[in-house]
Design a binder for this molecule. Structure first.
Ligand SMILES: Cc1cc2nc3c(=O)[nH]c(=O)nc-3n(C[C@H](O)[C@H](O)[C@H](O)COP(=O)(O)O)c2cc1C
Length: 326
């Protein structure tokens, strides 16, 4: 069986896509995912206002590497002119192939300011943001949103149409409401309905972790692509594995989880310097999940603040353990 490529504007990519995840999908993580395949990845959410005000850390977050391609920079904000300016800054770097707009973040700090999922409650403003960004750049612009604010306002179909009319090239539906955050089951039925309502590519998101689920989600929803978030944590090969399953290709080989974790840590150290030890803890912990002794290992790495000690712990723990035990 062959699966068609997903076309988003001038971009042709695997229908399996890596989700934006704040605190996770940074440059070192993307480098590790890239070893396995060329699926479309997303940066962490980038606050448009900080980017425009040239906050160093935000600039670094939005600056992709040449090896990142194909990659989408995800912008978050509530002011059309600021979002447009942020999109111009991203386009000027020539390192991103897509701009994605965050209209799904459920975090209180963001929604209180009217951003993320709160934009679903102000669809006119959401539309103006998309129009402003689409006008400002030549890159294709996509929007990621939820099924609605809560179960009494499942506005995804109408919202999706508005996004399309405002110029979005494709949309991603995380089929949960804002009030659900990440709990409960994603409603793939909502994705199917959105797909029927729209004539632009629709990407399904929520609760896809395995190749079988990716295939099932695409066939149940009729969506053009499937986006994977949490399924990637500690499993950077999952996108390539899903693509291979869909197109009958060879799945990636992961024969040494410890070496992978060490390489990931090296990439983080190159990028973040000494503070990598702290930022890496969660990633290293994710690699260990499901393996015997993982809880004790996690306690140890959480107490470690020296890179060499972290490396020694990783070597000790993963020595001889391979991915078949996951
Ligand atoms: C740690 C974490 C950080 C996230 N950060 C973002 C983000 O920056 N932007 C965004 O649109 N969604 C973000 N999400 C949501 C994911 O992109 C995705 O929509 C959600 O996890 C559902 O997909 P899944 O079931 O495959 O995980 C985040 C999710 C997690 C778990």
């Amino acid at each position: 069986m062959t699966s068609a490529l997903l076309k988003i504007g001038n971009l042709s990519v695997s229908p399996v896509i890596g989700a934006p995840m704040a605190g996770v999908t940074d440059a070192p993580f993307r480098r590790i995912v890239r070893r396995f395949g060329k699926e479309l990845l997303h940066t962490e959410m980038v606050l448009a206002a900080s980017l425009v005000h040239a906050h160093k850390q935000t600039r670094q977050m939005a600056l992709c590497e040449e090896t990142d391609a194909p990659v989408a920079v995800q912008l978050e904000g509530t002011k059309p002119d600021v979002m447009a300016e942020a999109a111009r800054i991203v386009e000027k770097t020539k390192r991103a192939q897509l701009i994605d707009i965050n209209m799904g973040c459920p975090v209180a700090k963001i929604v209180k300011a009217g951003g993320g999922a709160a934009l679903m409650n102000t669809p006119e403003l959401a539309e103006s943001i998309v129009r402003a960004v689409v006008t400002a750049v030549r890159l294709p612009v996509t929007v990621k949103f939820r099924s609605g604010w809560d179960e009494d306002s499942l506005t995804y179909s109408d919202f999706g149409k508005r996004m399309r009319d405002a110029g979005a090239t494709a949309v991603t539906l995380h089929a949960r409401t804002r009030t659900q955050f990440y709990s409960g089951k994603a409603d793939w039925g909502a994705v199917a309905e959105l797909k029927r309502a729209l004539d632009i590519p629709v990407i399904a998101n929520g609760d896809v972790r395995t190749p079988e689920q990716a295939k099932q989600c695409l066939s149940e929803t009729g969506a053009d692509g499937v986006m994977i978030g949490r399924g990637l944590l500690g499993k950077p090969w999952v996108l390539a594995e899903c693509s291979a399953f869909l197109n009958g290709g060879k799945p990636p080989v992961v024969d040494d989880l410890g070496a992978l974790a060490l390489d990931h840590f090296d990439e983080m150290e190159k990028y973040y310097g000494h503070k990598a030890v702290f930022i890496a803890r969660k990633h290293i912990a994710w690699y260990s999940l499901g393996l015997t002794g993982s809880a004790a290992f996690r306690r140890l790495i959480n107490e470690t603040d020296e890179p060499e000690a972290m490396r020694a712990l990783i070597r000790d723990f993963f020595g001889g353990k391979h991915d078949e035990s996951k």
